[in-house]
Ligand binder design. Structure first.
Ligand code: NAD
Ligand code: UD1
Length: 338
């Protein structure tokens, strides 16, 4: 069975490619490398012994996506392609609306033409906004996103619900990721942010390796046990395995289902820093700063629906996430750039 991974050269896509290959699927990657490196393909081959077929294309371009479907029999699509930098999305919203919505519409239109009906989408816990109580469950109202990036996720979820309602053969799984961190245990693939990282774990690992001087902790007056924000960090390999289960579910069912991928546990910023220091043996200097605009106090998942529908649950713990993130950072201090 052949599955197309748009954006499959990226952080989550590359880990998913490995787990899909391990599960026996033929993997085809379509990526324009706007936020990734072709070297990922060598690394996937080293880990699995199989090199995924690769198309260097912009998946907003219909002719290019059509060509992939004409040259391969595609049984399902996992759609990772998109931009994800939250602060940039507030400065250049049109770039985010154009790329994230356009890629999705193009892929969906070609799938409809080619009668391909199984779709998995990279959504985000950000769609729960800041009005819901934790743990977030899939029946809660969505909305109240605070940036253009988050709004594209919400809009795409709604597009997929409409498409599924209109086409009774179509199936979409809207995977709401919580906070993916960590790296493949081999240290061959991992997160390689361009420039200054926005997210916590790459900032911690870059500080530990000496690229950054100090970690800024945003907000110490939240109503949480130690005053810092609480998130549901999930190992990227667990997340990747969730996609293997989700595409199987999409191929066997119809309709649109939103499903959380998280661990169900919340950790504060300071707990993550301490866990990282313990796992790595390296001290991470911190400075306490004002809250970051748009941040919520608590975010963690209800994980029952994923267990029930996908028969999936996260297995790695925070120590594994820190250990593997550090192993990746040490082996690849400049990401894929050397
Ligand atoms: P990433 O940037 O590492 O991967 C995205 C990939 O898509 C990149 O390889 C990029 O080159 C590619 N891409 C972008 N636009 C494209 C286009 N027009 N045509 C072809 N390829 C294109 O990001 P990631 O962390 O792997 O995230 C994957 C998906 O999951 C994204 O949609 C992201 O918004 C979503 N998501 C990520 C997180 C997270 O914390 N990393 C959380 C929630 C949701
Ligand atoms: C952010 C995005 C979310 C997106 C996700 C993955 C916002 C508001 N949310 O989630 O939409 O899906 O990234 O791209 O941007 N922190 C620090 N110092 C840092 C970095 C982070 O203290 O240098 C804190 C944050 O305040 C937060 C926690 O660490 O409490 C996690 O932050 P981050 O990794 O950026 O993830 P989210 O904000 O949860």
């Amino acid at each position: 069975m052949s599955i197309l991974l748009t954006g499959g050269a990226g952080f989550i896509g590359s880990h998913t490619a490995v787990e899909m290959i391990n599960a026996g699927y033929d993997v085809i990657i379509a990526d324009n490398l706007s936020n990734s490196s072709e070297k990922v393909l060598d690394r996937i081959e080293t880990i699995t012994g199989i090199r995924p077929k690769f198309y260097k294309v912009d998946v907003a371009i219909k002719g290019d996506v059509r060509r992939i479907f004409e040259e391969n029999k595609i049984d399902g699509v996992i759609h990772f392609a998109g931009y994800k930098c939250v602060p940039e999305s507030t400065k250049i919203p049109l770039k985010y609306y154009r790329n994230n919505i356009d890629t999705t519409l193009t892929v969906l239109e070609v799938m409809e033409e080619k009668n391909c009906n199984a779709f998995v989408f990279s959504s985000s816990a950000t769609v729960y906004g800041d009005k819901n109580e934790v743990p977030f469950n899939e029946n809660m109202p969505t909305g109240g996103t605070t940036n253009a990036y988050g709004s594209t996720k919400l809009m795409i979820e709604n597009i997929l619900k409409d498409v599924a309602a209109a086409n009774n053969k179509f199936s979409a799984v809207l995977l709401r990721y919580f906070n993916p961190i960590g790296a493949h245990p081999s240290g061959l693939i991992g997160e390689a942010p361009d420039g200054i990282p926005n997210n916590l774990m790459p900032y911690i690992t870059q500080t530990a390796v000496g690229i950054r001087e100090v970690l800024n902790v945003f907000g110490t007056d939240y109503n949480t046990p130690d005053g810092t924000g609480v998130r549901d960090y999930i190992h990227v390999v667990d997340l990747a395995k969730g996609h293997v289960a989700a595409i199987k579910y999409a191929m066997e069912n119809t309709g649109a289902e939103a499903i959380n991928l998280g661990t169900g546990n919340g950790s504060s910023v300071l707990e993550v820093v301490r866990a990282f220091e313990k796992a790595s043996g390296v001290n991470v200097p911190v400075e306490f700063k004002e809250r970051r605009p748009g941040d919520v106090e608590y975010s963690y998942a209800s994980v029952e629906k994923a267990a029930e529908l996908l028969n999936w649950k996260a297995e790695y713990d925070l120590n594994d996430m820190c250990k593997h993130a550090w192993n990746w950072q040490k082996k690849n201090p400049r990401g894929y750039n050397e």
